[in-house]
Design a binder for this molecule. Structure first.
Ligand SMILES: Cc1cc2nc3c(=O)[nH]c(=O)nc-3n(C[C@H](O)[C@H](O)[C@H](O)COP(=O)(O)OP(=O)(O)OC[C@H]3O[C@@H](n4cnc5c(N)ncnc54)[C@H](O)[C@@H]3O)c2cc1C
Length: 504
């Protein structure tokens, strides 16, 4: 049975795009904004809307999960994902979404991410640079001021490639928690309902269709809609709209899908993590971990980053990480605990007293995360297979292409030259001459709803007057960063450039 969610005191009467804004204001009804998905970016957006415009609008948030965080299998929405784990291990459902499980490392694009001077990338970088400070202050509070971002230490060729990353304090990781009780009281939160469709009328969304896990449907009207259901589910929903809404037909929805592909290049033995005099040991600033990585540009122009992985073989460290990030796979016995006690003491001493991550003095890994080539033949599409909600499940066609492998091989040889110049003793892990190297995707889904083609730079879906979308899918590629905070910069750009709204 279909019914309409009707909780507002006076439902807004809406006409065609751009109609009678004054009538709405005179009637005393605030324009309504519907945020679809209350995960990482949905929570960030709600908080910023409340901060900046909260008194002028009514905010309704619809979230398919609840307080308990679940994976796609538990939620009944598993994708047919072939050889990528981006759907099964890379997204979580419930309040806070994937931020309840993510690493929480924050970085931004800069001019080094655009070696080919592409105009779309120039604009993405401008937006990142313009709002970086605001996003950092939102996520880190006062700590943002104590962190020197990409300090100007260009005393060697290597130092020009340095990029700073900041792991959010563990307690700041789930972004839904930024919506503290007094703020939550100012929004209408509907949980346990999945958005499964958009009712289109005269070039805009009139209402969204909500479905419960047991199949009941309702419609929810609003003046403006923000789709923040994560890169994969948002793409699935827009593929559905595309199939019945001709203005979207020629847009590359679901095409050129990419991720970072990550591989261990070398293990270094018997030396501190220092290259050309630069120490890569992460530092602790007010509970956040500040890291350094190297921006890597391959000969074919593809961009990625080289970073350093510490304490990989210490079971107690692995256990600690898995415990914190809710993914227990390391089994630990009493013997491990006793052996790990020394490590845990040094770890705690480092974090609390020395303000540095304690790193094993004998061994560290050099890891490369490379973006994937664009254009590529990876894609997202709808299957005929229904999920638990009776919705067409998502199919992900993903592979690592020859161009990707070329980029890895090229950066690998540059990194090896750096290790040799620093006279380090190392074991090679990735061998470009043989098949079967371990290369994995790392849950940074990009490219399938790109700005400049499907969306504007401020996230508006082209050809739909009142629908915006924010997720990493809007970035054409992942380049040298873990990309979530970069999307927050696009949210800030939208809030600064497109308010007060002209469409109410
Ligand atoms: C282990 C791990 C580590 C990571 N580390 C980092 C990192 O260090 N730095 C970084 O930048 N990125 C990292 N990422 C990626 C990052 O977590 C994601 O880019 C980000 O959380 C995605 O935010 P989102 O708001 O787009 O999606 P989500 O946070 O997944 O939110 C989507 C929300 O929408 C809800 N929803 C879904 N479908 C519907 C629907 N149809 N109707 C209603 N609600 C719906 C979901 O329940 C969820 O709450 C990591 C990811 C993983 C898995």
């Amino acid at each position: 049975m279909k019914k309409t969610v009707k909780k507002r005191k006076t439902p807004p009467t809406r006409g065609p795009a751009g109609a009678v804004p004054d009538l709405i204001r005179e009637s005393g009804v605030k324009p309504s904004l519907c945020i679809i998905g209350c995960g990482t970016l949905g929570s960030y957006l709600i908080r910023r809307l409340l901060d900046l415009h909260g008194d002028a609008v009514e905010i309704i948030a619809v979230e398919m999960g609840g307080r308990r965080i679940r994976n796609e299998e538990e939620m009944g929405v598993a994708a047919d994902a072939g050889n990528t784990h981006v759907a099964s291990h890379g997204r979580y459902f419930g309040l806070g979404g994937t931020s309840a499980r993510w690493g929480g490392q924050v970085l931004f694009f800069d001019e080094r991410d655009n070696p080919q001077n592409d105009p779309t990338w120039s604009e993405i970088i401008r937006i990142n640079q313009r709002h970086r400070r605001t996003v950092l202050e939102q996520l880190l509070g006062n700590t943002a001021r104590s962190i020197e971002f990409n300090p100007d230490v260009a005393h060697s060729e290597l130092s020009t490639k340095l990029k700073t990353g900041i792991w959010l304090k563990y307690s700041h990781r789930n972004l839904y928690k930024r919506l503290v009780k007094p703020l939550r009281k100012r929004i209408r939160l509907i949980t346990g309902r999945r958005i499964v469709g958009f009712q289109m009328e005269e070039g805009q969304v009139n209402a969204v269709v909500l479905k419960t896990a047991d199949g009941l449907t309702e419609t929810l009207p609003a003046d403006r809609f923000y789709l923040t259901t994560g890169a994969l589910e948002s793409c699935r929903l827009l593929l559905k709209v595309q199939s019945s809404y001709p203005p979207l037909r020629n847009m590359p929805i679901g095409k050129n899908f990419g991720d970072h592909i990550s591989t261990e290049l070398f293990v270094v033995h018997g030396a501190r993590p220092q290259l050309d005099g630069i120490d890569f040991t992460p530092r602790v600033v007010n509970g956040s971990l500040v890291t350094k990585r190297l921006v890597a540009v391959a000969g074919n122009g593809m961009v990625g980053f080289v970073h350093f992985v510490f304490n990989k073989d210490i079971r107690a460290f692995r256990f600690l990480k898995e415990m914190l990030f809710g993914k227990m796979s390391t089994k630990i016995g009493l013997r491990d605990l006793l052996q790990g006690a020394g490590f845990l003491f040094r770890f705690a001493w480092g974090m609390l007293v020395k303000k540095r991550l304690w790193v094993h003095p004998e061994q560290w890994s050099v890891q490369l995360d490379m973006e994937q080539a664009v254009p590529n033949s990876n894609s997202l599409e709808l299957t005929l297979q229904p999920d638990r909600y009776g919705e067409p499940a998502l199919k992900i066609n993903w592979e690592i292409c020859e161009e990707d492998k070329k980029a890895i091989a090229d950066v690998r040889s540059r990194v090896e030259a750096i290790l040799q110049r620093n006279k380090l003793n190392y074991t090679a892990k990735y061998d470009p001459a043989v098949p079967g190297n371990k290369v994995e995707d790392v849950y940074h889904p990009v490219g399938c709803l790109p700005v400049g083609e499907v969306l504007s730079m401020t996230g508006k879906v082209n050809a739909i007057a009142n629908l915006w979308h924010f997720s990493t899918a809007m970035l054409p590629a992942a380049r040298s960063i873990n990309p979530t905070a970069a999307v927050m910069c696009h949210i800030e750009e939208h809030l600064q450039n497109e308010w007060p709204p002209q469409d109410f």
